[in-house]
Design a protein around this ligand. Structure first.
Ligand SMILES: C[S@@+](CC[C@H](N)C(=O)[O-])C[C@H]1O[C@@H](n2cnc3c(N)ncnc32)[C@H](O)[C@@H]1O
Length: 236
């Protein structure tokens, strides 16, 4: 998968992309990430990327021209792979496991990171395919949301996770949250690992995990539970 991230702060990505699973995916050639600083697409002496918004609101907005030029350059570079252009935005559609799965099937993605008060709407209208939010709160920029998207998508790419790390039993994969998990020692500060997990009886363990996953999902995320039960009804 080819990823291009359009940002004013490429150095922010150094840490998250130079360790662990994303680094491994890059090293294995399963994902390639190019960071594009859209300040490089300015043409004035001061390399201006922002201006005050029409309508008199306080703060600064990202000007359309440098961003549009940066997006066009990325689209041209990725042309053959028909890149999907995603803008990170608090007004976007909330990111879900289903969206991450859909994105993981793309050949290439351009991620556009906003800053300041956001982006001139005309850039979004003309150049962006979808807007994604990572939650109902406002962050200072789209860089951390872009890292979230890259991390979530990368771990679903074939060959990125080893067998022991496989994502198949993680939360949301089958529509439920993950059940509680335990490792050695059997007893920790007086708390014992549930007996069934020590039994070696695979079917009983599967049933217990399923019950726990259902219980946790019902209690903590009624919205996820409702979606899961609806899907079960449709399938039956
Ligand atoms: C300070 S925010 C702008 C907030 C905007 N004025 C609003 O009220 O929605 C600057 C940038 O951070 C990013 N951002 C902030 N919150 C986000 C969220 N919840 N999800 C995705 N991106 C977000 C966007 O790229 C946004 O353009």
């Amino acid at each position: 998968m080819l990823l291009e991230i359009i940002t004013l702060f490429p150095a922010m990505f150094d840490g998250p992309f130079s360790d662990s699973i994303i680094k491994r995916a890059i090293d294995k050639g399963l994902v390639s990430i190019r960071l594009v600083n859209f300040r490089d697409f300015t043409e004035d002496k001061h390399r201006t990327v922002d201006d005050s918004p029409y309508g008199g609101d306080p703060g600064m907005l990202l000007k359309p021209e440098p961003l549009a030029k940066a997006i066009v350059a990325s689209k041209e570079r990725l042309g053959d792979s028909a890149p999907k252009t995603v803008c990170l935005s608090a007004q976007g559609v909330p990111l879900t496991h289903e969206m991450v799965e859909t994105l993981s099937r793309e050949q290439s993605i351009i991620l556009v990171c906003g800053r300041y008060k956001g982006i001139d709407q005309r850039v979004i209208d003309k150049y962006v395919d979808c807007e994604i939010s990572v939650g109902d709160y406002v962050l200072s920029g789209g860089e951390i949301p872009a890292m979230i998207v890259v991390d979530a998508v990368t771990r679903l790419l074939p060959g990125v996770l080893g067998n022991s790390e496989s994502a198949g039993k993680d939360s949301f994969f089958d529509g439920l949250l993950s059940p509680p998990q335990y490792t050695r020692p059997e007893s920790f500060e007086g708390m014992k690992v549930p007996e069934v997990l020590l039994s070696g009886h695979h079917e009983n363990i599967r049933i217990w995990q399923r019950e726990q996953a259902a219980k946790i999902t019902r209690e903590r995320r009624p919205d996820v539970w409702e979606k899961y039960t609806k899907k079960l009804k449709v399938e039956s």
